[in-house]
Design a protein around this ligand. Sequence first.
Ligand code: SF4
Length: 897
Amino acid sequence: MDVGVRPPVSTTCPYCGVGCGVIARASGLGVSIEGDVTHPANFGRLCSKGSALGETVGLEDRLLYPEMNGIRVKWDAALDRVASEFSSAAETYGPDSVAFYVSGQLLTEDYYVANKLMKGYIGSANIDTNSRLCMASSVAGHKRAFGSDTVPGTYEDLEDADLIVLVGSNLAWCHPVLFQRIAAAKEKRPEMRVVLIDPRRTATAELADLHLAARSDSDIAIFNGLLRHLARSEAVDLGYISDHTTGLDDALKTVRGATLDWVVEETGVPAEDVQTFFDWVTDTERTVTVYSQGVNQSATGTDTVNSIINTHLLTGRIGRPGMGPFSVTGQPNAMGGREVGGLANMLACHMEIANADHRDIVQGFWQSPTIAAKQGLKAVDLFDAIHEGKIKALWVMATNPADSMPNGNAVEAALQKVPFLVVSDVVSDTDTLRHADVKLPAAAWGEKDGTVTNSERRISRQRAFLTMPGEARADWRIICDVAARMGHGHAFAFDTAAEVFDEFAELSGVENDGARDFDISGLAGMSASEYESLDPTQWPVAPGRDDERFFANGGFFTPDRKARFIPVSAPDQIKPRDGRLVLNTGRVRDHWHTMTRTARSARLSAHLAEPFLEIHPRDARARGIEPASLVELKNDLGRAVARALVTDRVAPGTVFMPMHWTDQTSGGGRVDKLVAPITDPTSGQPALKSSSVTVSKFEAAWYGFCVSRERIDTTDLSYWALSKVNNGFAFEIAGLDPMADPLRFAEEKMGIGGNVMSALDNAQGAAQIAKFDGEGLVAALFIARDPVAVSRKWAGDLLSARFDDQRKRLEVLAGRPRGDAPDPGPTICACFGVGAKTIATAIAGGCNTVDAIGASVSAGTNCGSCRSEIARMIANQKTQEESDERVSARRHATQPV
Ligand code: SF4
C-alpha cells in the first residue's frame, strides 16, 4: 500500500448498487473511510461493509504481476499471447468462437472498451456479465413494458412514498443505506407503510407493517390478484391508460381468475393479509414497489417484473414523486454495464443489436470494420457452449464464475476445458483463476479511476487514492493494449479514462434527440479537470432533456411512445418431491460476493463467520438435526456442508444458504454447485432461489474450532470454514472419522507441536491445546464430540491479547473468559464489536428501543446496519415476556385455592 499521506479523495463505494459516496484518506497508517455528506445517494451514511472498506485494501493475496502458466512474465508477453489466441481463434473458427465474461465491478470506461472490442472489432456479441445473474430480468421487463431499460424513479421517491412495497428484497442487508433512508423517513412520518413480500422473514421484516411470506416464485399470483383488484377500484387512472398505454384488455383477461381465494391458494398467505395489502395499495397513490434478486433470480423473473409494472401503469403511479416501480441493482456498476451494452443482447448506449438503424449508428460512430448483428451467448449458455467445444478462447474480467454461477461443478469443468482462458483480477487466487492460462493483474478499487452508475441512474466518479501496486493496470488499459495488438490500435488509442468516457458520452447523443432514454451527450467534451471534478449526476444529461423522473407524462420508448401492459400468468407452484426441500440462496449483511475483499476484515467476518443453512424447526426435527450441528445438502449436481441454523424465519419445506463461501474459505460451503442452471426464457437470468435438495445430518465424529496466526492445513478435512480474526484466522472444523490423536493433529495441521499446553479427555473425546510464544498466543485448538461451546467473540480476540501470567493461559485452555469478563456472544454490531449477549443484557435491563440500546452499549449508533437485528431481539424478548406472562397467568388461574 502507498505510505505517503494524501489529501482526502471523494470516491464511490464498490459494493452494492446504492452507490454511496465515500471520502477516503490514505496515509502510512492505512486507509480511513467516512461517508460523503454531499453525495445524494447516502448523504454521509455508510453501511457496515462501506465503513470497513479501509480494512480490505491491503496487498496480501494481490495479483501483482502477469503470469502465464503460473510463471511471472512481462506484460508484453502476456498481452501478445492474449491477442494472438483471440485473433487466431476468431480467424480460424469465426468471431463467435471467442467470448468475454465481465462484471458489474468494472467501471463504465472498462466496460465500454470491452464491449467496443467484442462487438465492433471482433464482430461477436459474446460478451456477457455477472450482472446477468443479478438484474437481467428487470432489464427485460423494462424493455417489454417501456421499450427501453429505464429505471424511472429516484431514491427520493422512497422517502416521499406513503407505501413502499419491497418484493424479494432484503434491503436491510443488501442495500442497507436505502433501508436506512426509508427507516429514517418512516420515523419522521410513522403513517408511512412498508410491506415486505418475501418467503423468508429477513431483517427487513423488522421495518415492515405487513409481511407476506408468499411461497417461492408466487409473486406473479399476488400482483395479478392486485391488478384484478385495482381494476375494480377507484385507483384506476383511465386518462393515463388511454393516453399512454396499450394492451390493458389482454392483461385483464389473464387475471380474470386471480380472485382473493386463488391468490391465497397460490401463495399460502392468509386471506386477511392479502386483502390488507390490496386495500393499502388501492388507497395509497404514493406507492413505490422496490424489487431485486428475489424477483429477478427466477425462471419467471421477467414476467414478475411485468406483473409489478402492470399495476403501476393501471394506476398511472409512475414517474411522479413518491411512486413507481423501482428495480435496485446488486452490483455497484450493473447500471453502467447496461448503459454501455455490456450484456450479450444489447448494444452501447441502450441501443439494440436487433435494430439495424442502431447497428448503423454504433458502427458509423466507431468507424468499426464490423458490428455484431445477432445476440451473443448469455452467461449460462456461454458455459454450455464451452462444453460443446464452441468457445476456443474466454476472457474473464473481475469476477469469479466458478463460485457465483449455477451448476458450479460444470462451470469449473468448462473453465478447465476451454482451450484458452485469460483472467484479469485483483487477487491471486480464486476458484476461477486456478484454471487460467494467463493471469493479468488489474487495479483494485482504491487505485481505479472512472465512473459508475447507481440504481437511480446517478453517475458518480470513482477516484484513485492509492498507487497501483506491482505491475497492476487499469482494466480499460489492458483491454486497449490487447485491442492494439489485434490490429485495432487506432480505435483504442485512449490515454485516460476521461477520454474513454468522452467517446461514450458523445455516442449516446448520436441521432438521439429524445428518441432513446439514455443520453449523456451533455457530458461530452468535458476537459480533463471537469471530468476529474464531475459531481454525481443523474442521466439524462443532454440539451433540452431534464426528465429527472421518466414517464409521468408517458413518452415511453416504444414506436408509438406508449407503454405496454404485458399479460403474464403465474407459474405452477414449486413442489419438491421425495422429502426434498426448496433451496433459496442469497446474501448476508457483512459479506460481498465471493468474499475476495470482505473476508480480509476481521470486523466483517465476525458477524456470520461460517456457511450456514437456515432450516425450519419442523424440517430439522424430522431429520434429527440439532441447532449448531452440521448438515449436508445434496442433489444430482453436487453437495455442500453448512452449519444448521434452526429458525422459523424460513417456511417449512424451504431452506436458505448464503452464496459467499468458496473453496478458498471453506470445504463444502460452495452452495452454487447445487443450483440448477434453469433460466428465465426471456432474460436468460438463472433461477438461483428455487433449487431442490435433500438435507441430512452430517454425521461428524468430532467437531473442532481453532484460532491461529497462520492458515492451517485443511487438506483432507471433512469440513472446514475459515474466517479472519485480529492477527490471524479462525477455523471451524469437523471430521467424519474419529479424531485419533489431537496432539498430532495440532502438530501436523496447525504446526503447533513441542512445547504446548494441553488438556485431553480421551473418554469424552475432548481436547484443548494451546501454544504460546512469549506473551502471545500462536494458536489454540478445541475439539469435542459435539459442536464446540467456545465463545467465538472471545476467541477471536485471543491472538491479539497478552498472556503475561499462567492464569490467563489457563483461561485459554478452559475455552471461556474469566468470571468477571462476561462472554459478549456472537457479534451483532460490527462497528463497535457488540455481541448478542451484551445486547440481551441491556434489553433485560430495561432498554426497549434500538436507540436505548445504542445509548447503553453503542450498538447500532454508527453505520446502523445492525439496527434491524437489534429491533428483532427486542421484539423477540417482548414476545417471550408476553408468553411467559400468559403461561404464568394460566398457571395462576389453575392453581388449587
Ligand atoms: Fe456500499 Fe453499503 Fe452504500 Fe451499498 S449501502 S454502496 S455496500 S456503503
